[in-house]
Ligand binder design. Structure first.
Ligand code: NAD
Length: 373
């Protein structure tokens, strides 16, 4: 199979879909890989390193979109990239379709087969291609939040861990999944006072068993959310309803109740954000002030640490990319129902139920579509 890797064009996005090591694995398996010139520079990899792994360097992205049978990316295709996608071409990348009606329309119009990393499911029900980026974002959320709390950044002027005789910062993590547990771990490591709110009692039990009395684990409901958000110095929004837009569980009123100079890091912003006052920002301008609370809402947080992120991502995507390249689209998805769940748009049809329902499209099950031939 001819596999194409363009350069990411989303603002401040430095990751790349394939590392030289992944290219080598694919070329050794008998596939051709075409990389856009300088696409690896963001992770410090030169064209020569890609050539040494067996890749061919393309001078224009048009050449890649024109010739490749499968496109591997990191972020969702921008509209001008959607316009380059061809009928039957496979696109394998993060899509985050729920908050992005224009992308939905453009992908449907392209006739391509778009598989979303974030919707691919493992046998145990987890989302293996979301996990490594959630780990990165969870760890970064605390780093970003701690920096925003500094006075020069407009924050309250609080040190996360306090010092002897002075209280530490109060950190409230909403959603104790993969982002949440990583944020909790770093915040506890910085000796902050940490509370997690999750709607799943089972998840709270697990978090308690991991962190013991270093963590305050509380059931998420309107009353608890309101009380803990009001008292927090740093709130980290980390909820997820798979495939759907994030629920707006933090209202403007709750944000208004926080102390001036407090911080919210809305990690769920890639799914639309879990806070009424959130809107997407970039690494160049990561924050804005609303109701005197600093909002950090970068939708591609792992893009700031592309070297760590590209390798972490490739570790989990490569087996799926090899499956597609070795077995072909149909057999690869038919033999793995969890992989098939990642198929989001296929030959002009929307194949992800939550997004179809939210945006009023007809839904066709991906497996049904594949079995129809
Ligand atoms: N901004 C970024 O760069 C970036 C990077 C990675 C992940 N994310 C996003 O971070 C979010 C979290 O991802 P994850 O991998 O940790 O998901 P996850 O499924 O592992 O965890 C989500 C948690 O949220 C909880 N939850 C759901 N609804 C809730 C509610 N109403 N109240 C309280 N808890 C609730 C669930 O019980 C679960 O424990 C997602 O929106 C994901 O897309 C963003």
């Amino acid at each position: 199979m001819l596999i194409g890797v363009p350069k990411e064009i989303k603002p401040d996005e430095y990751r790349i879909g394939l590392t030289p090591e992944s290219v080598l694995a694919l070329t050794e398996a008998g596939h051709e890989v075409m990389i856009l010139t300088e696409a690896g520079h963001g992770i410090g990899k030169t064209d020569e390193e890609y050539i040494n792994s067996g890749a061919v360097i393309a001078e224009t992205r048009e050449e890649i979109f024109d010739r490749a049978e499968m496109i591997i990316k990191v972020k969702e295709p921008q509209l001008d990239e959607c316009a380059l996608l061809k009928e039957d071409q496979i696109l394998f990348t993060y899509l985050h379709l729920a908050p992005d009606p224009e992308q939905i329309k453009a992908l449907i119009a392209s006739g391509s087969k778009a598989i979303a990393y974030e919707s691919v499911k493992a046998n145990d029900g987890s989302y293996p291609l979301l996990t490594p980026m959630s780990e990165v974002a969870g760890r970064m959320a605390v780093q970003a939040g701690a920096s925003c709390l500094e006075k020069a950044k407009g924050g309250r002027g609080l040190l996360m861990g306090g010092v002897t005789g002075v209280e530490p910062a109060k950190v409230v993590v909403i959603g104790g999944g993969v982002v949440g547990i990583n944020a909790i771990e770093i915040a506890i490591g910085m000796q902050a006072n940490v509370t997690v709110l999750d709607k799943s009692a089972r998840r709270l039990d697990y978090l308690e068993s991991v962190f013991g009395d270093r963590l305050n684990a509380v059931l998420a409901n309107d009353q608890n959310n309101r009380a803990f958000i009001e008292a927090a110095d740093l709130v980290i929004g980390a909820v997820l309803i798979p495939g759907a837009s994030a629920p707006k569980i933090i209202s403007r009123k709750m944000i208004k109740s926080m102390k001036p100079g407090s911080v919210i890091v809305d990690v769920a912003i890639d799914q639309g954000g879990c806070c009424e006052t959130s809107r997407p920002t970039t690494h160049s301008e990561p924050t804005y002030l609303e109701e005197d609370v600093i909002h950090y809402c970068v939708a591609n947080m792992p893009g700031a640490v592309p070297l760590t992120s590209a390798y972490a991502l490739n570790e989990v995507t490569l087996p799926y990319i090899l499956k597609l390249a070795n077995n072909g689209f149909k057999d690869a998805l038919r033999d793995d129902p969890g992989f098939c769940e990642g198929l989001s748009v296929c030959n002009g049809h929307l194949t992800i139920a939550a997004v179809a329902e939210e945006h009023g499209y007809e839904y066709i099950s991906p497996m049904e579509l594949i079995n129809q031939g």
